[in-house]
Design a protein around this ligand. Sequence first.
Ligand SMILES: Nc1nc2c(ncn2[C@@H]2O[C@H](COP(=O)(O)OP(=O)(O)OP(=O)(O)O)[C@@H](O)[C@H]2O)c(=O)[nH]1
Length: 324
Amino acid sequence: MINQLQEKYQLSLLLLLSVVAVLGISPFVVIRYLAGNFTAAIIDITLILGIITLVGYAYYAKKIRRVSAVIAIFINAGVVTIVIANGIDSFLWIYPVFASTFVLVKPIEALGINAVAGVTIVKFSNIFTTISEDSFIVTNLMLSLCVFVYASHSAKQFRLLEDLNTTDPLTGAFNRRAMSSDMQAALINAEHDGIKQWLAILDLDYFKRVNDKFGHAVGDQILKDFVAITTSHIGKYDRLYRFGGEEFVLLIPESSNQQQMFFDSLRTAIKKELKNPDGEAITVSFGVADWVPNTTADTWLQRADEALYLAKDRGRDCVVFSDS
Ligand SMILES: Nc1nc2c(ncn2[C@@H]2O[C@H](COP(=O)(O)OP(=O)(O)OP(=O)(O)O)[C@@H](O)[C@H]2O)c(=O)[nH]1
């Protein structure tokens, strides 16, 4: 859900790479055919059709990572086959293919795939009667290592960008952007498989008094403590978002029928662990709405907000469920 940015980026790279590959390989189908080298022409056509099919599948099925890995293996197998079949004439294809592998899969996986392809070429092709085996190995190692360093660095930058894009800088909870895309995914899943899902708005009680009495910096620390405590009590797939100010949203994508107990025990745990500097408990009010057919992001939040309003009205420090 959170990896949408990465997925979009990977898909655009995949499309670009496939266009470059198709434009680059297509002329060779004609050249090999005219030269009477039908095996090479058939391998080239297979590569082009394979790449178009796989990229088309990735685009429509949205299985970008898996298909990228298949394409990486496919083009490496293709280059190995063509170098073994066609010899020195096709040798230079190794370099763009090995470099492209780093665009398709994780750097360490690309190193592995390239290593297998390189060793296969060394073992089975006859190109080393024309070129030096040492040069082949050293130039490939240099290429792979340089691209490996670049790709690793770029992957790290991407993770950072993704964190900045989806995380609230003060508390470390997910932000509203992440919440919107996760809610859309949760709604699609619920609509598709009918699994009950829950959305709760959690609002710290009388937080203004905390700020007024202890100052904004202490208020900030309490918000961070709240996130740390809540996160430690929720499930692996449950997600906490900062909705704004001292309001947070908890999205529970799959759940048992024990929701009343779960939210109450979470409320009690927060009350027990979240304290102001005088040691007094800070309480939280919960407004909870379950997923019902035809729920939209807006109606879901609205129902949870109405339940929260009732929780505040009933004296705070309690859980109120929307009655749909
Ligand atoms: N320290 C700090 N305070 C914040 C932040 N965001 C919002 N607040 C404060 O949260 C307080 C919210 O106050 P109110 O909306 O009146 O709510 P409340 O005092 O919690 O009262 P109830 O919600 O009715 O229980 C305000 O004082 C805001 O300044 C933040 O990032 N840091």
